[in-house]
Structures are given as structure tokens and as C-alpha cells.
Design a protein around this ligand. Structure first.
Ligand SMILES: [Zn+2]
Ligand SMILES: [Zn+2]
Length: 130
């Protein structure tokens, strides 16, 4: 899989827009932001370019149970926390020292490539409204 995508102007704007926010938008939310910058862009174009950017390793995708895929332009190592009430996703910059997980090489006859930690809780705004 060595597709040589040239970075189109549209894709660069999509990438820059995603990198400029910390909200981990869905494709639809990104589409709303992009319409102001590229009036003729379509949702299908946004989806297609997001998939290419994922393939190129320039963005990451957040997949949480029961939620649409969200996109993250921040490739630095960080975790996410989701509010179980309003669904907001924020970055968590924590240095979690979990040697046991890091050193695991196999489990159930699988060779492990990595693991994911996602936090869930209730955000301060939702907490105040309760
Ligand atoms: Zn909340
Ligand atoms: Zn993030």
C-alpha cells in the first residue's frame, strides 16, 4: 500500500482546519467549518480526504462505542476523556506508567501491537447542571 497522494489544496485546508481545533469534530462538524473556507466542498469530499489523511498517518480517528467517528489532528501521544452526558471529548495529557500493559507482548495467542485507554466521566458543565 504505497499510494502516492499529492497533497491537494482542499486536503491541506481540511488538515489545517482539523489541526486548529481541539474539539475532535465528526466529519459533519468539520464539513460545517470547511464550508466557510471552501464554499463548494461536499460532505463526500470531506469523508474521502479524511480517509486519505488517516491512511497517510497525518490525523487519527477516535472510535468510541455508540458514537460517530471523530477526528484528531493532534498526533502527540495523549488520551481522551468523554463526558457520558453531553459526549464532549477532551484531551488528557497524563503520563501513565503502566509497565504491565507496555510489556505485554502476547495475549490469547495474539501478538500485541498496542493498547488504548479511553477515559469516561462527567464534565464540569454537566456536573453543575445536575
Ligand atoms: Zn458534559
Ligand atoms: Zn485528542
Amino acid at each position: 500500500m504505497n499510494k502516492d497522494y499529492r497533497m491537494t489544496k482542499q486536503r491541506r485546508i481540511i488538515l489545517e482546519t482539523l489541526k486548529s481545533v481541539k474539539t475532535h469534530p465528526t466529519a459533519e462538524e468539520l464539513f460545517e467549518m470547511l464550508k466557510r473556507l471552501i464554499p463548494r466542498i461536499s460532505l463526500a469530499t470531506v469523508y474521502r480526504n479524511l480517509n486519505i489523511l488517516i491512511e497517510q498517518g497525518l490525523i487519527s480517528v477516535i472510535i468510541l462505542k455508540g458514537m460517530p467517528r471523530r477526528f484528531d489532528g493532534d498526533l502527540s501521544s495523549h488520551y481522551h476523556i468523554k463526558c457520558s452526558n453531553c459526549g464532549i471529548i477532551e484531551d488528557v495529557h497524563l503520563d501513565i506508567n503502566n509497565e504491565q500493559l507496555t510489556e505485554l507482548k502476547t495475549v490469547n495467542d495474539f501478538t500485541i501491537h498496542g493498547y488504548k485507554i479511553e477515559f469516561e466521566g462527567i464534565c464540569s458543565i454537566c456536573l453543575k447542571q445536575q
